[in-house]
Design a protein around this ligand. Structure first.
Ligand SMILES: Cc1cc2nc3c(=O)[nH]c(=O)nc-3n(C[C@H](O)[C@H](O)[C@H](O)COP(=O)(O)OP(=O)(O)OC[C@H]3O[C@@H](n4cnc5c(N)ncnc54)[C@H](O)[C@@H]3O)c2cc1C
Length: 478
């Protein structure tokens, strides 16, 4: 039973007046706000609020709290777990940060950048580069994902191995809390032990504890030189050995280490225009890796030379920026190719790094039993223990066939059971949203879940913020 209300016509008219002509859109005629990248979920909303000022966000939230109307924050809409997609319950107001997209300040002295919640991730990277610095958060949706969403989902991407995920990159936040008060926490301090850490509570909360309106983020020196290689390997175990040996030789300069299965390369070659295999022969596994340091190319060439005979089947080193981008396109196009093929079930899991090879072998055995004939595309950020372990129909079949619809929850249950058995996580970087809510309830630590419910009730007693995301509405109340 929900305690929230449908917004009345007068309530919505009040919001339209508050926000002005550019500050809102009708829900009808703007389907883009109600779909998500995998096309599995469809959302609803009474109105799309597009505030431009933090105080406007605060007033929208205050009015929603007073009227008991749900608020669903949306930034770039690229989230993969339907956190931004309201599917049931009374119709909420969608709160888009897209007009709050300014870079407020770049400081080389503080090695920090302050941006609004709707600033596109790529814009933050470019602003850092223009100041001669690096903002390292990086993934395939960076041209659309916005900082508010990236922090709310605590997203990861391809450079976590060296620089950490969104949480590690955030120094301070400005946010509107569920009662409409504004948390002014935009600090660039590296040390600040002054009580409970509200910033870290809001990061990863997926919009259930407030709206992130601005953030101060860490910047880093740009590596003097970058070297990129695609290595062909016999097995995930060899990929892990390669990673360990490179880290022993080259230390923290290893800034990316992506595992790619042959199936992923085949999907890209089959479905993405102008893609080509960088190697002549086919290999079962690949690692795309990057080193950032003075003398990186020479150091990488030397390290790979030493490992060649024992571990490498082949390797391609990028000799210029165009070749580097071509290698990265192969990796970044995997999610797009996957979407073209259409997954029966996809999983974003993490496993203790030392047990990944064992997990993949046992997972493949399990797959043969649960989903005989299914194609597995296993890829991901191996250096972080993060696998995208996805199942696809056999060649020539489609995921919407009834057989696969029945199979999907069985596959996911088997993968998540195995992940849990290995001490892993059922959500490494995409979050819980609405897609994994039941899995969180099943596998989550009971004490942690009880604390989450208590925090939610304390900060959002009316339950307006992103109702039904992360915790079910019923759970929040108990
Ligand atoms: C092709 C592709 C590749 C991807 N690769 C990666 C990857 O490598 N690593 C990774 O971690 N993720 C990846 N993602 C998913 C990633 O989570 C999103 O791209 C991004 O982090 C979410 O940002 P967004 O602005 O699109 O947020 P949205 O999708 O709009 O929202 C995501 C969540 O945050 C909440 N939210 C949005 N804005 C705010 C705000 N201002 N305040 C509070 N809550 C808010 C929403 O309610 C929702 O719960 C990928 C997605 C795609 C489509």
């Amino acid at each position: 039973m929900t305690h929230l209300s449908e917004p009345s016509a007068a309530f919505l008219e009040g919001l339209r007046e508050l926000l002005g002509p550019k500050g809102w859109l009708p829900a009808d005629g703007h389907p883009g706000y109600f779909t998500e990248p995998r096309g599995k979920w469809r959302g609803r909303g009474a109105l799309i609020a597009r505030p431009i000022l933090t105080e406007e966000v605060a007033e929208v939230v205050r009015r929603c709290a007073a009227a008991g109307v749900g608020v669903v924050p949306v930034s770039g809409g690229t989230g993969l777990v339907a956190g931004q997609i309201a599917t049931d319950g009374p119709t909420p107001v969608l709160l888009s940060t897209e007009r709050m997209d300014r870079v407020r300040e770049v400081s080389r002295e503080d090695a920090a950048i302050t941006v609004e919640g709707g600033c596109v991730l790529e814009t933050v990277q470019q602003a850092a580069e223009a100041a001669g610095m690096l903002f390292p958060l990086s993934y395939a949706s960076q041209g659309s994902a916005r900082i508010g969403g990236a922090l709310a989902a605590n997203s990861g991407g391809v450079q976590v191995i060296r620089y950490g995920n969104a949480r590690d990159l955030c120094l301070g936040l400005e946010a509107v809390l569920p009662d409409g008060s504004v948390f002014h926490g935009l600090k660039s301090l590296r040390k600040d032990n002054t009580g409970y850490d509200l910033r870290n509570l809001l990061i990863g909360a997926e919009g259930t504890l407030g709206v992130i309106t601005a953030a101060t983020l860490k910047l880093f020196p740009r590596p003097a030189e970058t070297a990129t290689a695609l290595c062909a390997l016999r097995s995930p175990a060899d990929a892990l050995t390669l990673l360990r040996k490179l880290q022993e030789t080259l230390g923290e300069s290893v800034s990316a280490f992506e595992l790619i299965a042959r199936q992923g390369v085949d999907f890209v070659l089959d479905h993405i225009d102008r893609s080509r295999d960088p190697m002549e022969a086919k290999h079962p596994w690949y690692a795309l890796l990057e080193i950032g340091a003075p003398g990186a190319a020479e150091a990488l060439e030397g390290a790979l030379g030493e490992l060649w005979e024992e571990y490498l089947e082949d390797a391609v080193l990028a000799s210029n920026e165009a070749q580097r981008q071509e290698l990265w396109r192969l990796r970044e196009n995997i999610p797009l190719a996957n979407a073209e093929v259409g997954a029966i079930a996809s999983h974003d899991i993490s496993i203790p790094i030392g047990r990944i090879a064992e997990f993949i072998a046992e997972g493949d055995d399990m797959a043969r039993k649960v989903a005989p004939g299914a194609r597995i595309n296993c890829f991901g950020h191996l250096g972080d223990g993060n696998l995208h372990y996805n199942f696809y129909p056999p060649e020539g079949r489609r995921r919407d066939e009834p057989e696969f619809k029945v199979l999907a929850p069985l596959v996911t249950r088997a993968v998540h059971d195995l992940t849990h058995h290995y001490g892993g996580s059922i959500s490494a970087e995409h979050g819980i949203g609405r897609a994994k809510r039941d899995d969180l309830a099943r596998y989550g630590d009971p004490a942690k879940l009880a604390a989450m419910r208590a925090i939610k009730r304390a900060l959002d007693p009316v339950g307006i913020m992103n109702p039904g995301a992360v915790l079910s509405v019923e759970e929040e109340r108990t």
